[in-house]
Design a protein around this ligand. Structure first.
Ligand code: ATR
Length: 277
């Protein structure tokens, strides 16, 4: 029998909004790999059946991405979840290895790789302020813990949510929204992981000058690319890094697992995605 073409997927519900197909198809073309990357809408009821189909090996699936609302479900559906997946509490990347379905979460990697590429030395800081306590925040907190930030102030509209997340990571203190401006004093890094500013909505006015002189402002929201937080920070002369790079970098480990080549995040790839935003 002919070897099946390697097939990768992104599953979620809904799935039409996903930009992952654009990223992976860009790399498939670049490497001239005869493989596919398909968005597939899979409801919660159909998820166990789809997982069984991957594991059967019959459809030629080498793995794929998993997104909302299934990111937490992989923890019990995969045969193996790594430490990162368990620490973050969700997975976004699946692959078959020795007949087993394995899961990882590449968001923390993507967050760090983006800042490593755009703001060398960003991780020499001590104090960080993270806004938002949802799923994306967990990946950022894990990344900052790994990179040795000693003090992380976790600010969230719903204080209880920050308070229950904080003890799961080292050095994290919860704080209410009203404390955001004062938390910035002496901070080396500010990260917005909340949906504030997404689609251009308004955000609180902040004075970033109270951060350390090199203090960096970044946002994991990337629509618009220049979010209201980044816009304010730039107008105040702050270094900023936008969130599109995190999306692109988090895709790298998956592509390498499925297709055996390690792709690069290039200006051409960024342009391809920007044209679609
Ligand atoms: P994700 O998985 O993308 O992190 P999420 O789990 O829905 O998404 O979390 C969204 C985050 O944005 C939360 O921190 C949320 O605050 P609450 O925990 O109080 O809901 C935050 N958020 C959303 N809209 C907000 C708003 N208008 N003002 C402040 N925070 C907001």
């Amino acid at each position: 029998m002919d070897r099946l073409q390697p097939r990768a997927f992104v599953i979620g519900d809904p799935i039409a909004h996903s930009r992952s197909p654009l990223i992976h198809r860009h790399w498939l073309k670049e490497f001239k790999i005869e493989g596919t990357y398909q968005p597939i809408a899979v409801s919660a009821e159909k998820l166990p059946g789809f997982i069984a189909e991957i594991k059967s090996g019959k459809a030629g699936f080498v793995g794929g991405n998993i997104t909302i609302p299934h990111k937490e479900a992989v923890l019990h559906l995969a045969d193996h979840s790594d430490d990162i997946t368990r620490a973050i509490g969700s997975g976004n990347t699946l692959w078959m290895e020795d007949g087993r379905l394995c899961a990882t979460n590449t968001d923390a990697y993507g967050f760090c790789a983006n800042l490593d590429a755009e703001a060398t030395g960003w991780d020499r800081g001590r104090k960080a302020v993270v806004l938002g306590a949802g799923g994306a925040s967990r990946a950022v907190l894990h990344a900052l813990e790994q990179r040795g930030f000693a003090q992380i102030i976790l600010v969230n509209r719903t204080l209880e949510r920050a308070a229950s997340l904080a003890p799961q990571f080292k050095g994290v203190e919860p704080a209410p929204m009203e404390a955001l401006q004062s938390a910035l004093r002496g901070a080396d890094l500010f990260v917005n992981t909340s949906s504030l500013g997404m689609g251009g909505g308004t955000v609180p006015d902040l004075d970033f000058s109270v951060m350390t002189p090199e203090g960096l402002v970044t946002d994991i929201v990337y629509v618009p690319l220049r979010t209201p937080f980044l816009d304010q920070a730039e107008r105040q002369g702050r270094p900023t890094v936008d969130g599109l790079g995190m999306l692109l970098h988090q895709a790298v480990p998956g592509f390498e697992k499925w297709f055996g080549r390690r792709p690069e995040v290039t200006p051409a790839l960024r342009q391809t995605i920007l044209a679609d935003l």
